[in-house]
Design a protein around this ligand. Structure first.
Ligand SMILES: Cc1ncc(COP(=O)(O)O)c(C=O)c1O
Length: 357
């Protein structure tokens, strides 16, 4: 709740809307809390996720993912009940979406994805090419261009906070310059949307941007602590695990392996070692025990090496594990328990878990 409130306050203070990416929690209930506190809508990556959130009554969904037009029937069905927008970064894909919309006598809201340095999706931020692409999109009768969108995923690989600030600044500047060029060419750019948790608190200070789309901030994780975007106390998601074996004085086995924690390694300026931070005991306020390191994962086993001396943990004891990456962990389990200290307040289903198509 504090994480949701803090990010919303920062976006509002910066004059921007917050549209959280729900890939992190995959829960309509948590999305509802974000909306009640001021979010303008939500983001999903996949249509399957959007269908779950639409079923739950969420009315404004953006898909900042290159959805292929073979999905047109599912997108049409969503358009019947929600305000939907998606991103475009390829001329043939733009044309196919336009054609599908024209056949159905509809128009689809799109944003053009700009590659601001992550080199994953997006058109290059070259002025002539970008303006040509944007004017092509505006000429397509089935599409309505809303603006520009980017994701500076390279923010997770920076080596210093100065470099992180540079990523956020460069992203904003690239988008501002492109939007200016497009407007001078007569193209309407209403929205400029950016989003990553690592850069969100920096992006809100940038003029002309209209929207941030962080997702991870709802839970944060070990990597965000290593990047400096969160403290350990901000981290809201832990995996409750049980010690299932103690083959040696300096080795215990937990029942969370790669099918729970995933094999994602820690990211951040000082890369955290191993697969998660172990917090002894059930109380979420307990601090991590740095003598315990999860050095290896099999599918069902987390191998913990005790760094100094032995451990009093025995089979049957419970621990909490703060994962390297909370978003992937959410997708691995059916439920999340809301806890206050060591009391379980409520159990929520993770309704969009596994909706990867
Ligand atoms: C396109 C897009 N927007 C927003 C986000 C949210 O970023 P973060 O995971 O840093 O919160 C992501 C994350 O992968 C993304 O791919």
């Amino acid at each position: 709740m504090a994480n949701i409130g803090r990010m919303q306050a920062a976006a509002t203070a910066g004059g921007m809307t917050l549209r959280p990416h729900t890939k992190t929690h995959k829960s309509p209930r948590i999305a509802q809390w974000q909306l009640e506190r001021g979010a303008s809508g939500i983001c999903c990556a996949k249509i399957g996720e959007a269908e779950v959130f639409a079923d739950a009554g969420i009315a404004d969904i953006r898909l900042p993912y290159p959805i292929n037009p073979f999905n047109a029937p599912r997108v049409m069905a969503l358009l019947d009940r929600v305000q939907l927008s998606l991103v475009i970064d390829h001329p043939a894909v733009a044309e196919q979406w336009s054609q599908a919309m024209c056949v159905a006598d509809r128009r689809l809201d799109v944003l053009v994805k700009i590659d601001v340095g992550y080199h994953r999706c997006g058109i290059a931020p070259d002025m002539a090419e970008a303006v040509a692409f944007l004017s092509h999109v505006t000429s397509l009768p089935g599409l309505r261009l809303r603006g520009l969108l980017s994701h500076a995923g390279q923010s997770y690989d920076v080596q210093s906070s100065d470099e992180l600030a540079g990523v956020a600044r460069d992203e904003a500047e690239m988008l501002r310059v492109l939007a200016g060029g497009a407007r001078r060419a007569g193209i309407t750019i209403e929205e400029i949307s950016v989003g990553s948790t690592a850069t969100a608190m920096l992006s809100v200070a940038e003029p002309d941007l209209t929207e941030i789309r962080p997702g991870n901030y709802v839970y944060y994780d070990r990597s965000q602590v290593a990047i400096g975007s969160a403290s350990l106390d901000d981290c809201a998601l832990t995996v409750m695990a049980t010690v299932v074996s103690k083959p040696a004085r300096d080795r215990i086995i937990l029942d969370c392996g790669s099918k729970t924690l995933t094999s994602d390694v820690g990211r951040g300026m000082v890369r955290p070692k191993g697969y998660g931070e172990i917090v002894a005991g059930l109380d979420v306020h307990n601090k991590p025990d740095d003598s315990l390191l999860i050095t290896r994962l099999s599918e069902e086993h987390g191998v913990v090496e005790v760094q100094r001396g032995g451990t009093t943990l025995e089979p049957g004891d419970r621990v909490r594990v703060l994962p390297n990456h909370s978003c992937v962990v959410s997708n691995m389990v059916d439920t999340v328990q809301l806890v206050d200290g060591s009391t379980i307040v409520e159990t929520l289903p993770i309704e969009a878990r596994g909706k990867i198509i």
